[in-house]
Every structure is written in C-alpha cells, then in structure tokens.
Design a binder for this molecule. Structure first.
Ligand SMILES: [Cu+2]
Length: 124
C-alpha cells in the first residue's frame, strides 16, 4: 500500500468510529436544576435534534422542560413523551413548557411526532 491508500484506510476507520460513537456512544447527561419553587427546570433547544438530549431528573418532583424550537423544519413540530401520555405542538421560535411529575425511576424516551428526533429522560 502506498501512503495515499493508508490515509484512505485510516480515514475510513475514523469515519466508522465516528458513526458508531454517534449512534451508540454515551451521550452527555444534563441534570435539570431545581428552582426556588421546587420545580426541576431545564431549557432544551430543538434544532435537528434536542440539546441536551439526555436529561436527568429526580423522581416525585415536578419537572418543567422548556422546549425552545429554533427552526421551522416540520420534523420537530411535535414533541411526544409516550410514557407520560404527553404529545404537544412546538411553535417555531417559541418556548413551550412541558410539565409533569415522574413517579417512577427509569429511562423514558421522547421524540418528535415521527419518532425521528430522539431524546431520553432519566428519572432517578
Ligand atoms: Cu420528526
């Protein structure tokens, strides 16, 4: 193999690694902060995905997730928390609070209405 071929192979391996990390890698977990009224609150930016997309909250305390939809792409116009029976429209360039109180621990997925954009709520 000449140098160019080696570079291509290394580049390919790097891309595969990046792809695996993207789909299966450990995402950064962000804990919601408890405000003065005892509500666990966090801002989530919606733009081709959710940022943060792994949110940690405590059980039996009210949660308010403030979804700011920073785009008009139709994919993200709905947010669904199936385990909590919540489906809500997210108007573009506005903040939509999603409020509920989780009563059991575990990991709960949330997604757009088409189940394409995904995030996870971890209740501890
Ligand atoms: Cu979608």
């Amino acid at each position: 193999m000449d140098t160019v071929e080696i570079m291509v192979v290394i580049g390919g391996i790097g891309l595969i690694g990046l792809t695996l990390w993207y789909f299966f890698g450990e995402r950064e977990q962000v804990s919601a902060a408890t405000n003065e009224t005892g509500v666990q609150e966090i801002k989530v930016t919606v733009r081709g995905g959710y940022a943060p997309d792994v949110i940690v909250v405590k059980k039996d305390l009210p949660v308010r997730l403030n979804f700011y939809r920073d785009e008009t792409a139709s994919c993200s116009e709905q947010i669904v928390f199936g385990d909590f029976g919540i489906a809500r429209d997210l108007p573009a360039y506005k903040t939509t609070p999603i409020e509920f109180t989780p009563h059991k621990t575990g990991e709960f997925n949330f997604s757009c209405g088409m189940n394409m954009l995904r995030g996870k709520l971890i209740v501890r």
